[in-house]
Design a protein around this ligand. Structure first.
Ligand SMILES: NC(=O)c1ccc[n+]([C@@H]2O[C@H](COP(=O)([O-])OP(=O)(O)OC[C@H]3O[C@@H](n4cnc5c(N)ncnc54)[C@H](O)[C@@H]3O)[C@@H](O)[C@H]2O)c1
Length: 251
């Protein structure tokens, strides 16, 4: 089992990419700490994981709250003794708007959850990872940080650009502590977030015309990349970007 004995904290674990990652990591032997604002949904996923005999705990976490981050990491250490892997997956999309239409309040909200939420988690994870001899941080950015900008919402793309650069700064500063940090850049993945953005068959079909492989990514496509960066398979990889987008950036 690839992650046997590792402890992994996964934000936004109550559904979609975070949920699929939590289920796979638990299957591979990790102790999973599933963190989300969706408490009922998150606890249900944890109960289902535990019913298989695997190991998981739910913690309520709004990534915007520094106190909640401290509590989540304290719970992780008191329950499992260490933190090896942090998956910063929680994120939101902004409703599409041109730059002129975007309000300052909407801009701040996207930046706060998508960027400050990652910063706060990393800030409090680094000291405990250092204590246990190292770790792996995986930040879920987006292909929108890297291209297709004509059809990209400015707030979302800028937030994911910030996450991408932040990941490299973390990699640079934390390599001496054997803490690696890499970013994943999904294209359109079949989740609640994607279905909200393209709610009908016609708009989804139009979106897929700009994806060479012609389909939305499956959750397993993304989980495979997250697992790679989180595991010892990527022991010599830090500060890297992994694009999983069906070729969308080629267009
Ligand atoms: N789905 C895609 O096509 C796609 C593409 C590129 C990048 N991404 C990124 O992947 C990540 C996961 O996306 P998804 O499609 O699974 O989204 P989703 O909306 O289905 O799930 C996001 C999860 O994050 C949680 N969350 C939101 N705000 C939070 C907060 N303040 N504190 C704690 N948890 C919070 C939600 O409750 C939810 O469980 C996001 O960072 C997203 O930007 C997704």
């Amino acid at each position: 089992m690839k992650l046997l004995g590792k402890t992994a904290l996964i934000t936004g674990g109550a559904r979609s990419i975070g949920e699929a990652t939590a289920r796979e990591f638990a299957l591979l032997g990790a102790h999973v700490v599933l963190a989300d604002v969706l408490e009922t949904e998150g606890q249900k996923v944890v109960d289902e994981i535990c019913a298989t005999g695997a190991s998981a705990t739910f913690v309520a976490l709004d990534v915007l709250s520094e106190d909640a981050w401290i509590e989540a990491i304290t719970r992780t250490i008191s329950t499992y003794g260490k933190l090896d892997i942090l998956i910063n997956n929680a994120g939101i999309v902004s409703a599409p708007a041109s730059i002129e239409e975007r309000t300052g309040e909407e801009w701040d909200r996207v930046m706060a959850i998508n960027v400050k939420g990652v910063f706060l988690g990393v800030k409090h994870a680094i000291p405990v990872m250092r204590l246990s001899g190292g770790g792996a941080i995986v930040n879920i950015s987006s292909m929108r940080a890297l291209g297709q900008f004509r059809t990209t919402d400015a707030a979302y793309a800028a937030s994911k650009g910030a996450v991408t650069v932040l990941s490299k700064v973390i990699a640079g500063q934390c390599a001496k502590d054997s803490i690696r940090c890499n970013s994943i850049h999904p294209g359109p993945i079949d989740t609640a977030m994607l279905r909200a953005a393209f709610p009908d068959a016609q708009s989804m079909q139009q979106r897929m015309q700009r994806v060479p492989l012609g389909r939305p990514g499956a959750l397993s496509d993304i989980v495979a990349g997250i697992l790679y960066f989180a595991s010892d398979d990527a022991a010599y990889t830090t500060g890297a970007e992994l694009v999983i987008d069906g070729g969308a950036l080629v267009y």
